[in-house]
Ligand binder design. Structure first.
Ligand code: FRU
Length: 508
Protein backbone atom coordinates (compact mmCIF):
# COMPACT_ATOMS: atom_id res chain seq x y z
CA UNK A 1 0.00 0.00 0.00
CA UNK A 2 2.78 2.42 1.10
CA UNK A 3 4.70 1.66 -2.12
CA UNK A 4 1.60 2.44 -4.13
CA UNK A 5 1.17 5.81 -2.37
CA UNK A 6 4.85 6.62 -2.99
CA UNK A 7 4.54 5.49 -6.58
CA UNK A 8 1.44 7.67 -6.90
CA UNK A 9 3.22 10.75 -5.48
CA UNK A 10 6.26 10.07 -7.67
CA UNK A 11 4.04 9.75 -10.76
CA UNK A 12 2.22 12.98 -9.81
CA UNK A 13 5.53 14.86 -9.45
CA UNK A 14 6.77 13.59 -12.82
CA UNK A 15 3.50 14.68 -14.39
CA UNK A 16 3.86 18.14 -12.84
CA UNK A 17 7.41 18.37 -14.22
CA UNK A 18 6.27 17.36 -17.70
CA UNK A 19 3.45 19.85 -17.45
CA UNK A 20 5.65 22.74 -16.41
CA UNK A 21 8.10 21.85 -19.22
CA UNK A 22 5.34 21.88 -21.79
CA UNK A 23 4.23 25.31 -20.57
CA UNK A 24 7.79 26.67 -20.76
CA UNK A 25 8.45 24.85 -24.02
CA UNK A 26 6.84 27.08 -26.67
CA UNK A 27 9.30 29.94 -26.16
CA UNK A 28 12.35 27.82 -27.00
CA UNK A 29 10.48 25.63 -29.44
CA UNK A 30 9.38 28.69 -31.38
CA UNK A 31 12.79 30.35 -31.41
CA UNK A 32 14.66 28.14 -33.87
CA UNK A 33 16.58 29.55 -36.82
CA UNK A 34 14.18 31.09 -39.42
CA UNK A 35 11.14 30.61 -37.16
CA UNK A 36 8.68 33.45 -37.83
CA UNK A 37 8.20 35.50 -34.67
CA UNK A 38 5.08 37.47 -35.67
CA UNK A 39 3.46 34.99 -38.05
CA UNK A 40 1.61 31.78 -37.30
CA UNK A 41 3.50 28.56 -37.98
CA UNK A 42 2.76 25.12 -36.47
CA UNK A 43 5.06 23.92 -33.69
CA UNK A 44 6.02 20.97 -35.79
CA UNK A 45 5.77 19.49 -39.27
CA UNK A 46 4.13 20.51 -42.52
CA UNK A 47 1.50 23.18 -43.14
CA UNK A 48 0.07 24.64 -46.34
CA UNK A 49 -3.22 26.45 -47.09
CA UNK A 50 -5.26 28.25 -44.45
CA UNK A 51 -8.68 26.55 -44.19
CA UNK A 52 -12.02 26.99 -42.48
CA UNK A 53 -11.34 30.50 -41.24
CA UNK A 54 -14.35 31.56 -39.17
CA UNK A 55 -14.95 34.04 -36.36
CA UNK A 56 -17.23 32.87 -33.55
CA UNK A 57 -17.90 34.24 -30.05
CA UNK A 58 -14.82 36.45 -29.93
CA UNK A 59 -12.43 33.84 -31.32
CA UNK A 60 -10.78 33.70 -34.74
CA UNK A 61 -10.38 30.11 -35.88
CA UNK A 62 -7.63 29.24 -38.31
CA UNK A 63 -7.64 25.69 -39.63
CA UNK A 64 -4.90 24.72 -42.04
CA UNK A 65 -3.67 21.94 -44.33
CA UNK A 66 -1.49 19.90 -42.01
CA UNK A 67 0.57 16.72 -42.17
CA UNK A 68 1.55 15.78 -38.61
CA UNK A 69 4.03 13.04 -39.60
CA UNK A 70 6.47 14.89 -41.81
CA UNK A 71 7.85 18.24 -42.93
CA UNK A 72 6.97 17.23 -46.49
CA UNK A 73 3.41 17.36 -47.89
CA UNK A 74 1.46 14.13 -47.28
CA UNK A 75 -1.99 12.84 -46.21
CA UNK A 76 -3.83 16.01 -45.35
CA UNK A 77 -5.48 16.77 -42.01
CA UNK A 78 -6.95 20.03 -40.78
CA UNK A 79 -4.72 21.52 -38.10
CA UNK A 80 -6.31 24.14 -35.87
CA UNK A 81 -5.22 27.34 -34.14
CA UNK A 82 -7.21 30.03 -32.34
CA UNK A 83 -6.69 33.69 -31.56
CA UNK A 84 -8.68 36.49 -29.98
CA UNK A 85 -6.66 39.24 -31.70
CA UNK A 86 -5.49 37.75 -35.04
CA UNK A 87 -1.87 38.12 -33.84
CA UNK A 88 -1.28 35.72 -30.91
CA UNK A 89 -2.14 32.13 -31.88
CA UNK A 90 -2.69 29.05 -29.81
CA UNK A 91 -2.29 25.77 -31.61
CA UNK A 92 -5.12 23.34 -30.85
CA UNK A 93 -5.45 19.58 -31.36
CA UNK A 94 -5.94 18.40 -34.96
CA UNK A 95 -9.56 19.04 -36.04
CA UNK A 96 -10.11 16.66 -38.98
CA UNK A 97 -8.31 13.42 -39.84
CA UNK A 98 -8.28 11.56 -43.15
CA UNK A 99 -10.87 8.76 -43.38
CA UNK A 100 -12.20 6.10 -45.79
CA UNK A 101 -13.30 8.83 -48.23
CA UNK A 102 -9.80 10.28 -48.39
CA UNK A 103 -7.54 13.08 -47.24
CA UNK A 104 -9.06 16.31 -45.93
CA UNK A 105 -8.17 18.94 -48.55
CA UNK A 106 -8.85 22.66 -48.39
CA UNK A 107 -12.20 24.21 -47.63
CA UNK A 108 -14.05 26.67 -45.46
CA UNK A 109 -16.19 26.86 -42.32
CA UNK A 110 -19.32 28.82 -41.47
CA UNK A 111 -21.22 29.65 -38.31
CA UNK A 112 -24.68 28.27 -39.16
CA UNK A 113 -26.49 30.80 -36.99
CA UNK A 114 -29.99 29.93 -38.26
CA UNK A 115 -29.31 26.20 -37.98
CA UNK A 116 -30.16 25.66 -41.65
CA UNK A 117 -28.22 22.40 -41.51
CA UNK A 118 -30.19 21.06 -38.55
CA UNK A 119 -26.89 20.11 -36.86
CA UNK A 120 -27.49 22.58 -34.01
CA UNK A 121 -28.68 21.22 -30.66
CA UNK A 122 -29.88 22.92 -27.46
CA UNK A 123 -29.48 26.35 -29.05
CA UNK A 124 -25.81 25.76 -29.83
CA UNK A 125 -24.70 27.31 -33.12
CA UNK A 126 -23.11 24.62 -35.28
CA UNK A 127 -19.78 25.41 -36.86
CA UNK A 128 -19.94 23.63 -40.21
CA UNK A 129 -16.81 22.79 -42.22
CA UNK A 130 -17.15 22.26 -45.97
CA UNK A 131 -14.07 20.59 -47.47
CA UNK A 132 -12.78 18.39 -50.27
CA UNK A 133 -12.37 14.68 -49.66
CA UNK A 134 -9.43 13.65 -51.84
CA UNK A 135 -9.28 9.89 -52.44
CA UNK A 136 -5.62 8.97 -53.13
CA UNK A 137 -6.57 5.45 -54.30
CA UNK A 138 -8.89 6.84 -56.98
CA UNK A 139 -6.18 9.26 -58.06
CA UNK A 140 -3.63 6.45 -58.32
CA UNK A 141 -6.04 4.33 -60.32
CA UNK A 142 -6.21 7.16 -62.88
CA UNK A 143 -9.88 7.99 -62.21
CA UNK A 144 -11.15 11.54 -62.67
CA UNK A 145 -13.72 11.65 -59.85
CA UNK A 146 -11.47 11.32 -56.79
CA UNK A 147 -12.25 14.77 -55.33
CA UNK A 148 -15.69 15.23 -53.73
CA UNK A 149 -17.14 17.80 -51.32
CA UNK A 150 -18.05 16.80 -47.76
CA UNK A 151 -19.14 18.47 -44.54
CA UNK A 152 -18.53 18.08 -40.79
CA UNK A 153 -19.90 19.98 -37.81
CA UNK A 154 -18.82 21.02 -34.35
CA UNK A 155 -21.02 22.04 -31.43
CA UNK A 156 -18.12 23.03 -29.18
CA UNK A 157 -16.52 25.79 -31.25
CA UNK A 158 -14.21 23.62 -33.28
CA UNK A 159 -12.82 21.39 -30.53
CA UNK A 160 -14.52 18.16 -31.64
CA UNK A 161 -16.03 17.37 -35.01
CA UNK A 162 -18.59 14.94 -36.41
CA UNK A 163 -18.42 14.14 -40.09
CA UNK A 164 -21.86 14.05 -41.75
CA UNK A 165 -23.13 10.51 -42.40
CA UNK A 166 -24.37 11.55 -45.87
CA UNK A 167 -20.89 12.50 -47.15
CA UNK A 168 -19.96 13.36 -49.80
CA UNK A 169 -22.63 16.04 -50.20
CA UNK A 170 -21.42 16.91 -53.69
CA UNK A 171 -20.27 14.18 -56.04
CA UNK A 172 -17.68 14.77 -58.69
CA UNK A 173 -19.15 14.91 -62.22
CA UNK A 174 -15.83 13.76 -63.75
CA UNK A 175 -13.56 16.80 -63.30
CA UNK A 176 -10.06 15.89 -62.14
CA UNK A 177 -9.50 19.14 -60.23
CA UNK A 178 -12.73 19.69 -58.32
CA UNK A 179 -11.94 21.22 -54.96
CA UNK A 180 -11.53 23.88 -52.28
CA UNK A 181 -15.16 24.89 -51.51
CA UNK A 182 -15.56 28.35 -49.99
CA UNK A 183 -19.05 28.85 -48.64
CA UNK A 184 -20.76 32.05 -47.55
CA UNK A 185 -24.32 33.19 -46.86
CA UNK A 186 -25.87 35.27 -49.66
CA UNK A 187 -28.36 37.57 -48.02
CA UNK A 188 -30.07 38.57 -51.31
CA UNK A 189 -31.14 35.04 -52.21
CA UNK A 190 -31.15 33.72 -48.61
CA UNK A 191 -28.98 30.80 -49.63
CA UNK A 192 -25.51 29.46 -49.07
CA UNK A 193 -23.22 29.98 -52.06
CA UNK A 194 -20.34 27.63 -52.69
CA UNK A 195 -17.48 28.90 -54.83
CA UNK A 196 -15.56 25.89 -56.12
CA UNK A 197 -12.36 25.55 -58.17
CA UNK A 198 -13.12 23.29 -61.12
CA UNK A 199 -9.93 22.84 -63.16
CA UNK A 200 -9.72 26.04 -65.26
CA UNK A 201 -12.78 27.92 -63.99
CA UNK A 202 -14.92 28.62 -60.96
CA UNK A 203 -18.30 26.94 -60.51
CA UNK A 204 -20.93 28.48 -58.22
CA UNK A 205 -23.47 26.31 -56.39
CA UNK A 206 -26.28 27.23 -54.00
CA UNK A 207 -27.88 25.43 -51.07
CA UNK A 208 -30.55 26.09 -48.46
CA UNK A 209 -29.00 23.73 -45.89
CA UNK A 210 -25.31 23.03 -46.71
CA UNK A 211 -26.27 19.47 -47.68
CA UNK A 212 -28.14 19.78 -51.00
CA UNK A 213 -26.35 21.74 -53.71
CA UNK A 214 -27.54 23.11 -57.06
CA UNK A 215 -25.20 24.34 -59.79
CA UNK A 216 -25.79 28.01 -60.64
CA UNK A 217 -23.10 29.06 -63.12
CA UNK A 218 -19.47 28.99 -64.22
CA UNK A 219 -16.94 31.77 -64.55
CA UNK A 220 -13.45 32.33 -65.83
CA UNK A 221 -12.55 29.87 -68.56
CA UNK A 222 -11.76 32.76 -70.91
CA UNK A 223 -10.73 35.40 -68.32
CA UNK A 224 -7.70 36.03 -66.11
CA UNK A 225 -4.44 34.12 -65.78
CA UNK A 226 -4.40 30.46 -66.82
CA UNK A 227 -0.77 29.48 -66.43
CA UNK A 228 -1.79 26.71 -64.02
CA UNK A 229 -4.69 24.97 -62.32
CA UNK A 230 -7.26 27.14 -60.50
CA UNK A 231 -7.48 26.55 -56.74
CA UNK A 232 -8.78 27.98 -53.46
CA UNK A 233 -11.38 30.56 -54.56
CA UNK A 234 -13.22 33.04 -52.35
CA UNK A 235 -16.18 35.33 -53.13
CA UNK A 236 -17.28 38.30 -51.02
CA UNK A 237 -18.39 41.90 -51.33
CA UNK A 238 -16.60 45.06 -50.20
CA UNK A 239 -18.03 48.51 -49.79
CA UNK A 240 -16.74 51.34 -51.99
CA UNK A 241 -18.39 54.64 -51.02
CA UNK A 242 -21.76 52.99 -50.55
CA UNK A 243 -21.42 50.76 -53.60
CA UNK A 244 -21.18 46.98 -53.24
CA UNK A 245 -18.23 45.61 -55.21
CA UNK A 246 -17.91 41.82 -55.41
CA UNK A 247 -14.47 40.28 -55.35
CA UNK A 248 -13.59 36.80 -56.57
CA UNK A 249 -10.21 35.49 -55.48
CA UNK A 250 -8.59 32.63 -57.40
CA UNK A 251 -5.23 31.06 -56.66
CA UNK A 252 -3.31 29.51 -59.54
CA UNK A 253 -0.39 27.11 -59.60
CA UNK A 254 1.89 27.69 -61.46
CA UNK A 255 1.55 30.89 -63.51
CA UNK A 256 2.14 33.60 -60.88
CA UNK A 257 3.56 36.99 -61.96
CA UNK A 258 6.99 36.18 -60.50
CA UNK A 259 6.96 32.39 -60.98
CA UNK A 260 5.27 29.48 -59.26
CA UNK A 261 1.99 29.86 -57.41
CA UNK A 262 0.10 33.14 -56.78
CA UNK A 263 -3.36 34.56 -56.21
CA UNK A 264 -5.32 36.65 -58.72
CA UNK A 265 -8.60 38.46 -58.18
CA UNK A 266 -11.55 39.77 -60.19
CA UNK A 267 -13.87 42.64 -59.29
CA UNK A 268 -17.47 42.53 -60.48
CA UNK A 269 -21.09 41.92 -59.59
CA UNK A 270 -22.77 38.82 -58.19
CA UNK A 271 -26.53 38.32 -57.89
CA UNK A 272 -26.61 34.96 -56.13
CA UNK A 273 -26.31 33.12 -59.42
CA UNK A 274 -23.79 34.68 -61.81
CA UNK A 275 -20.54 36.60 -61.45
CA UNK A 276 -20.17 39.40 -64.02
CA UNK A 277 -16.62 40.83 -64.06
CA UNK A 278 -15.81 44.52 -64.41
CA UNK A 279 -12.34 43.79 -65.68
CA UNK A 280 -10.64 41.86 -68.44
CA UNK A 281 -7.05 42.35 -67.27
CA UNK A 282 -5.25 40.16 -64.72
CA UNK A 283 -4.70 41.50 -61.18
CA UNK A 284 -2.86 39.93 -58.28
CA UNK A 285 -3.72 40.26 -54.63
CA UNK A 286 0.02 40.06 -53.93
CA UNK A 287 2.79 40.26 -56.55
CA UNK A 288 5.46 38.65 -54.34
CA UNK A 289 6.35 35.00 -54.58
CA UNK A 290 5.05 33.95 -51.17
CA UNK A 291 1.37 34.47 -50.60
CA UNK A 292 -0.73 31.56 -51.79
CA UNK A 293 -4.15 29.99 -51.26
CA UNK A 294 -5.34 32.95 -49.17
CA UNK A 295 -9.00 33.38 -48.29
CA UNK A 296 -11.03 35.53 -45.88
CA UNK A 297 -12.59 34.85 -42.47
CA UNK A 298 -16.31 34.23 -42.46
CA UNK A 299 -18.76 35.75 -39.98
CA UNK A 300 -16.83 39.02 -39.57
CA UNK A 301 -19.61 41.30 -40.84
CA UNK A 302 -18.46 44.03 -43.24
CA UNK A 303 -14.83 43.54 -42.30
CA UNK A 304 -13.00 41.19 -44.69
CA UNK A 305 -9.78 39.81 -43.25
CA UNK A 306 -7.50 37.86 -45.55
CA UNK A 307 -4.64 35.50 -44.72
CA UNK A 308 -2.49 33.39 -47.05
CA UNK A 309 0.10 30.63 -46.88
CA UNK A 310 3.49 32.40 -46.95
CA UNK A 311 5.08 30.01 -49.40
CA UNK A 312 5.16 28.87 -53.01
CA UNK A 313 4.62 25.37 -54.39
CA UNK A 314 7.76 25.87 -56.51
CA UNK A 315 9.94 25.24 -53.43
CA UNK A 316 7.61 24.75 -50.44
CA UNK A 317 8.78 21.17 -49.84
CA UNK A 318 12.48 22.06 -49.75
CA UNK A 319 12.74 25.36 -47.85
CA UNK A 320 15.52 25.04 -45.25
CA UNK A 321 13.59 24.84 -41.99
CA UNK A 322 14.04 21.84 -39.76
CA UNK A 323 11.21 21.04 -37.37
CA UNK A 324 8.38 22.65 -39.31
CA UNK A 325 7.66 23.85 -42.84
CA UNK A 326 5.25 26.62 -43.72
CA UNK A 327 3.77 29.73 -42.13
CA UNK A 328 0.90 32.16 -42.65
CA UNK A 329 1.11 35.77 -43.82
CA UNK A 330 0.13 38.67 -41.57
CA UNK A 331 -3.67 38.94 -41.62
CA UNK A 332 -4.75 41.81 -43.87
CA UNK A 333 -7.85 43.98 -44.05
CA UNK A 334 -9.13 44.15 -47.60
CA UNK A 335 -10.65 47.24 -49.16
CA UNK A 336 -11.44 48.78 -52.56
CA UNK A 337 -9.72 51.76 -54.18
CA UNK A 338 -10.52 53.27 -57.53
CA UNK A 339 -7.61 54.21 -59.75
CA UNK A 340 -8.65 55.68 -63.10
CA UNK A 341 -11.86 53.83 -63.91
CA UNK A 342 -10.70 50.57 -62.34
CA UNK A 343 -11.51 49.08 -58.97
CA UNK A 344 -8.54 47.58 -57.16
CA UNK A 345 -8.44 45.46 -54.02
CA UNK A 346 -6.18 46.90 -51.32
CA UNK A 347 -4.56 44.95 -48.48
CA UNK A 348 -3.34 46.47 -45.22
CA UNK A 349 -1.92 44.74 -42.16
CA UNK A 350 -4.70 44.44 -39.57
CA UNK A 351 -4.71 47.23 -36.98
CA UNK A 352 -4.36 44.60 -34.23
CA UNK A 353 -0.71 44.24 -35.26
CA UNK A 354 0.07 47.44 -33.37
CA UNK A 355 -0.62 45.57 -30.10
CA UNK A 356 2.92 44.14 -30.34
CA UNK A 357 4.65 47.48 -30.97
CA UNK A 358 7.47 48.00 -28.51
CA UNK A 359 9.74 50.93 -29.37
CA UNK A 360 8.99 53.53 -31.99
CA UNK A 361 11.41 55.99 -33.65
CA UNK A 362 10.02 58.74 -35.84
CA UNK A 363 12.38 60.63 -38.15
CA UNK A 364 11.41 63.61 -40.31
CA UNK A 365 12.82 64.80 -43.64
CA UNK A 366 15.39 62.06 -44.07
CA UNK A 367 17.63 62.57 -47.11
CA UNK A 368 17.99 59.04 -48.42
CA UNK A 369 21.32 59.28 -50.22
CA UNK A 370 22.92 56.47 -48.24
CA UNK A 371 21.12 56.55 -44.95
CA UNK A 372 22.13 54.21 -42.16
CA UNK A 373 18.93 53.73 -40.19
CA UNK A 374 20.46 51.34 -37.66
CA UNK A 375 23.00 54.11 -36.92
CA UNK A 376 20.08 56.20 -35.59
CA UNK A 377 17.87 53.56 -34.02
CA UNK A 378 20.33 50.88 -32.93
CA UNK A 379 20.79 47.57 -34.73
CA UNK A 380 17.71 46.17 -36.38
CA UNK A 381 15.99 43.73 -34.12
CA UNK A 382 13.65 41.50 -36.08
CA UNK A 383 10.72 41.68 -36.15
CA UNK A 384 10.03 45.29 -37.06
CA UNK A 385 7.75 47.56 -38.98
CA UNK A 386 9.10 50.39 -41.13
CA UNK A 387 6.84 53.03 -42.66
CA UNK A 388 7.96 55.72 -45.07
CA UNK A 389 6.12 58.47 -46.85
CA UNK A 390 7.13 61.19 -49.25
CA UNK A 391 5.55 63.91 -51.39
CA UNK A 392 7.32 62.76 -54.51
CA UNK A 393 7.97 59.21 -55.62
CA UNK A 394 11.48 58.63 -57.01
CA UNK A 395 13.75 55.60 -57.18
CA UNK A 396 14.96 54.36 -53.81
CA UNK A 397 15.92 51.13 -52.11
CA UNK A 398 15.97 49.76 -48.59
CA UNK A 399 18.61 47.14 -47.84
CA UNK A 400 18.30 44.71 -44.94
CA UNK A 401 21.65 43.04 -44.33
CA UNK A 402 23.59 40.94 -41.83
CA UNK A 403 27.22 40.59 -40.69
CA UNK A 404 27.79 37.85 -43.27
CA UNK A 405 27.13 40.38 -46.07
CA UNK A 406 23.82 38.75 -47.03
CA UNK A 407 21.00 41.10 -47.97
CA UNK A 408 17.50 41.64 -49.23
CA UNK A 409 16.91 44.80 -51.24
CA UNK A 410 13.43 46.29 -51.41
CA UNK A 411 12.51 49.38 -53.37
CA UNK A 412 10.95 51.34 -56.17
CA UNK A 413 12.33 51.79 -59.69
CA UNK A 414 11.15 54.89 -61.50
CA UNK A 415 12.23 53.72 -64.97
CA UNK A 416 9.83 50.75 -64.85
CA UNK A 417 7.38 52.35 -62.40
CA UNK A 418 7.51 49.25 -60.25
CA UNK A 419 8.28 48.11 -56.73
CA UNK A 420 10.71 45.25 -56.26
CA UNK A 421 12.20 42.76 -53.82
CA UNK A 422 15.61 41.33 -54.65
CA UNK A 423 16.53 38.20 -52.66
CA UNK A 424 19.37 37.11 -54.96
CA UNK A 425 21.95 37.44 -52.16
CA UNK A 426 19.59 36.86 -49.23
CA UNK A 427 21.47 33.92 -47.65
CA UNK A 428 20.70 30.28 -48.33
CA UNK A 429 19.23 30.26 -51.82
CA UNK A 430 20.69 27.01 -53.10
CA UNK A 431 17.85 24.66 -52.12
CA UNK A 432 15.93 25.42 -55.36
CA UNK A 433 17.25 26.86 -58.59
CA UNK A 434 14.52 29.45 -59.08
CA UNK A 435 14.49 30.81 -55.53
CA UNK A 436 17.13 33.53 -55.92
CA UNK A 437 15.82 36.41 -57.95
CA UNK A 438 14.63 39.99 -58.22
CA UNK A 439 10.86 40.26 -58.40
CA UNK A 440 8.74 43.19 -59.48
CA UNK A 441 5.25 44.58 -59.01
CA UNK A 442 3.58 47.44 -60.89
CA UNK A 443 2.78 50.72 -59.18
CA UNK A 444 -0.96 51.13 -59.67
CA UNK A 445 -1.50 54.81 -58.93
CA UNK A 446 -0.31 57.95 -60.68
CA UNK A 447 -0.25 59.89 -57.41
CA UNK A 448 3.02 61.80 -56.84
CA UNK A 449 2.86 61.02 -53.14
CA UNK A 450 3.68 57.57 -51.89
CA UNK A 451 3.70 55.57 -48.72
CA UNK A 452 5.24 52.22 -47.97
CA UNK A 453 5.05 49.83 -45.03
CA UNK A 454 7.40 46.91 -44.52
CA UNK A 455 6.66 44.15 -42.02
CA UNK A 456 9.97 42.44 -41.34
CA UNK A 457 10.27 39.06 -39.62
CA UNK A 458 13.18 36.58 -39.30
CA UNK A 459 12.48 35.00 -42.65
CA UNK A 460 10.09 37.27 -44.51
CA UNK A 461 9.24 40.77 -45.60
CA UNK A 462 5.78 42.05 -46.55
CA UNK A 463 5.56 45.25 -48.58
CA UNK A 464 2.38 47.35 -48.67
CA UNK A 465 2.69 50.35 -51.00
CA UNK A 466 0.30 53.23 -51.79
CA UNK A 467 -2.17 52.43 -49.06
CA UNK A 468 -2.16 48.72 -49.90
CA UNK A 469 -2.63 48.99 -53.69
CA UNK A 470 0.57 47.09 -54.48
CA UNK A 471 1.57 44.27 -52.17
CA UNK A 472 4.55 41.91 -52.18
CA UNK A 473 5.35 39.10 -49.74
CA UNK A 474 8.66 37.24 -49.91
CA UNK A 475 10.53 34.77 -47.72
CA UNK A 476 14.32 34.32 -47.28
CA UNK A 477 16.77 32.31 -45.21
CA UNK A 478 19.80 34.34 -44.08
CA UNK A 479 22.72 32.79 -42.18
CA UNK A 480 22.31 35.23 -39.31
CA UNK A 481 19.50 37.69 -38.74
CA UNK A 482 19.55 40.91 -40.73
CA UNK A 483 20.60 43.64 -38.30
CA UNK A 484 21.24 46.64 -40.57
CA UNK A 485 18.94 48.83 -42.63
CA UNK A 486 20.30 51.23 -45.25
CA UNK A 487 18.24 53.48 -47.46
CA UNK A 488 19.68 54.55 -50.83
CA UNK A 489 18.41 56.85 -53.50
CA UNK A 490 20.25 58.04 -56.62
CA UNK A 491 18.27 61.29 -56.57
CA UNK A 492 18.57 61.85 -52.80
CA UNK A 493 14.83 61.49 -52.31
CA UNK A 494 13.56 63.19 -49.15
CA UNK A 495 11.52 60.90 -46.95
CA UNK A 496 9.11 63.19 -45.21
CA UNK A 497 8.37 60.80 -42.39
CA UNK A 498 10.09 57.57 -41.48
CA UNK A 499 8.83 55.45 -38.64
CA UNK A 500 10.69 52.45 -37.32
CA UNK A 501 8.89 50.26 -34.78
CA UNK A 502 10.26 47.17 -33.12
CA UNK A 503 7.73 44.38 -32.60
CA UNK A 504 7.50 41.83 -29.82
CA UNK A 505 7.57 38.13 -30.64
CA UNK A 506 4.09 36.57 -30.42
CA UNK A 507 5.57 33.42 -28.86
CA UNK A 508 7.09 35.07 -25.78
C1 FRU B 1 -3.55 24.55 -52.75
C2 FRU B 1 -3.92 23.07 -52.72
C3 FRU B 1 -5.42 22.92 -52.77
C4 FRU B 1 -5.63 21.57 -52.13
C5 FRU B 1 -4.55 21.56 -51.07
C6 FRU B 1 -3.96 20.22 -50.80
O1 FRU B 1 -2.31 24.82 -52.20
O2 FRU B 1 -3.30 22.41 -53.79
O3 FRU B 1 -5.98 23.02 -54.05
O4 FRU B 1 -6.90 21.43 -51.59
O5 FRU B 1 -3.54 22.44 -51.52
O6 FRU B 1 -3.12 20.24 -49.69
Amino acid sequence: MKERIFAGIFFFLILQMINSCSIAQPATEMAEEHRPQIHFSPKQKWMNDPNGMVYLNGTYHLFFQYYPDSTIWGPMHWGHATSTDLIHWQEQPIALYPDSLGYIFSGSAVADINNTSGFGKDGKVPMVAIFTHHDPAGEKAGKNDFQNQSIAYSLDEGKTWTKYSGNPVMKNPGIKDFRDPKVSWHEGSKKWIMTLATLDRITFYSSPNLKDWTKESEFGKEVGAHGGVWECPDLFSLDYKGQKIWVLIVSINPGGPNGGSATQYFTGQFDGKTFIPYQTDTRWIDYGTDNYAGITWSNTGDRKIFLGWMNNWQYANVVPTKKWRGAATIPRDLGIEKSGDKYFVTSRPVKELSSINTQSHILDNVVASNYNLAGKTGKLKSPARVTLSSDKIESFSITLSNDAGEKVVIGYDQATNSYFIDRTQSGNVSFEKGFAGKHGAPRLTTDEKFDLTLIIDNASVELFADNGLTVMTEIFFPNGTYNQIHIHSPSNVVIKKLEYITLKSIWK
